[in-house]
Each structure stands twice: as C-alpha cells, then as structure tokens.
Design a protein around this ligand. Structure first.
Ligand SMILES: C[S@@+](CC[C@H](N)C(=O)[O-])C[C@H]1O[C@@H](n2cnc3c(N)ncnc32)[C@H](O)[C@@H]1O
Length: 258
C-alpha cells in the first residue's frame, strides 16, 4: 500500500471512535435510510431516482450516511473504506437499522477485489479525494467497476474552500489553489480531537479541473456539474460565506469503455 495512504488509514482508525460519537450525537444515521433527503441533495435524488434494485458502490464511505440512504432507497450497496474501524462502526449501525450492506476494506485506488463492470452506480464524496494521492487512479478504478453507461457521482467538499488560512474575520490564501500537496498534518492540531494520539495524515488539494479531467480520463461523459451549499460549518476556520460548499460532478461511463 502507498505509505501516505497507510498513514491515513492509521489516522482514520484512530479518529473513528470520535467520529462515531459525533455522529451518535447528531443522530442522522438513524434516520437517513427512511429519509434519504437528509443526506442526498435534490439533484442527487433526481439522478438516483431509479436506484431501487440497482447495485451501488460507495467509495470512501466514512460515516456511511450515503450508504444507509441508498440502501433505504432499495439499492444493493457495497461500502468501501480504507479504515477497518470506520467499517466496523458502520457495520454495527447497518445491523441496528436492519440494512443489508456489503462492506469491503480497500484503498479506492486499488479495488481489485471488485470486478470490472459490476455496479450500476458508483458514489463518492464528502471529503474523500482529499485523502487520496492519485485522483486519476481513484476515478479510473471507479469507472472500471461501473457497468457501461453506469452512473458515477462525485459530491466533494468544494476545492475553493481548501486554500485559506485559519482566521476568524479575513480570507487570506495560505496554500495556492494549484498547490496539490501532499500536505502533512499532525493530528494534535486537527479538529478530530479524539485523534490526538493518531499518526500524521496526508492531504491533497485537487482542483476542479483535476477532478473533472480525472472523470473524463476514466472514460466517462460528464452529464452535470453543480456547485451547491452556502453555509459555513462550525469546524471551518475561515469566513467562507459566499463561497460554494460542495462540487457535484455526475457522469456516465461511455458504453464502449472497458
Ligand atoms: C470524511 S470521511 C468520508 C466522507 C463521508 N461522507 C463522511 O463524512 O464520513 C473520509 C473517509 O475516507 C476514508 N479514506 C481515506 N483514504 C482512503 C482511501 N485511500 N481509500 C479508501 N477510503 C479512504 C477514511 O477512512 C474515511 O472513512
């Protein structure tokens, strides 16, 4: 395994208990299988309207809210994450909700345990690309496991939000938009307090162009690009009002791409 991804796996294993407690306090995981709109935006609900009975793979599944929402919509869902602790927490929750989900521990850049052309939909997002050192391989693997004409949805934290210095009242660029990293973080200063014993983590700042081009290079046709969200979360340390929160890219695998 890629050493930086291995460090990120250890980080997420250490952060998992705190992440779980945070989501228990929020409680959305108990509700989203019955009300997927708690997790999926309107545009995603439109794109996924026919998902009942279809096979879906969620990459970098993390809190698994998208997994539970999609399973609640009647899809047969495979949840993939690099962290065994994240998966264990999700598996426990799926059982509590009575949802039948398959879980696979794997790096999103190396999905050899999943067959070519085996899913109708691949879904990924939240904050996943930021942990992945090779976005081209990540999205190429996503496209490889998609059936021809299958739907690929990326809904990621907007790249414009990753460049700012921590500051309460002014926006000042800390890392140039085109500086992709790797950025090495010591978790002691990270928002995930429970991870203070965790190892370092590596982050990568992919641009909008990097993400769109990776989808295209993977042999997909982009059918929609939608920037959305206007809020600023309590953990965000710069006044980003007026900037988009998320970037949705929807694509279909070209039928002739294997
Ligand atoms: C912030 S979460 C994902 C987004 C999800 N919506 C959430 O909020 O939980 C990030 C997840 O990506 C996973 N991850 C990081 N790097 C990965 C990789 N190379 N392959 C697979 N999963 C990865 C982590 O283990 C973690 O569970």
């Amino acid at each position: 395994m890629n050493d930086m991804h291995e460090a990120n796996r250890r980080f997420w294993n250490a952060a998992s208990a705190g992440w779980k407690a945070m989501h228990d306090a929020r409680g959305t995981w108990k509700l989203c299988h019955k009300d997927p709109s708690l997790v999926l935006i309107t545009r995603e609900m439109e794109l996924l309207a026919g998902v009942a009975g279809k096979s879906v793979c969620v990459l970098g599944s993390g809190d698994n809210l998208a997994v539970f929402a999609l399973a609640g919509m009647g899809a047969s869902v495979t949840s993939v994450d690099i962290s065994e602790n994240q998966l264990a927490a999700a598996e426990e929750r799926a059982k509590a909700l009575g949802l039948n989900v398959s879980f696979l521990r794997s790096d999103v850049t190396e999905l050899s345990r999943l067959s070519d052309e085996s899913f109708d939909v691949v879904y990924t997002g939240g904050h996943v690309a930021v942990w992945v050192s090779d976005i081209d391989r990540y999205y190429a693997e996503a496209a490889r496991i998609l059936k021809p004409a299958g739907l690929f949805i990326v809904n990621e934290y907007h790249p414009f939000r990753r460049v700012w210095k921590e500051s309460a009242d002014s926006l000042e660029v800390e890392a140039a938009y085109f500086d992709k990293g790797p950025f090495l973080y010591n978790t002691a200063s990270n928002v995930l307090d429970s991870a203070s014993e965790a190892p370092v983590q590596y982050e990568f700042h992919w641009t909008i162009g990097d993400m769109c081009r990776a989808v295209l290079k993977a042999g997909c046709v982009i059918i929609d690009i939608f920037e959305h969200g206007t809020g600023v979360a309590d953990w965000e340390a710069a006044p980003m009002n007026g900037l988009p929160e998320y970037l949705l890219i929807a694509a279909r695998k070209k039928p002739d791409t294997v």
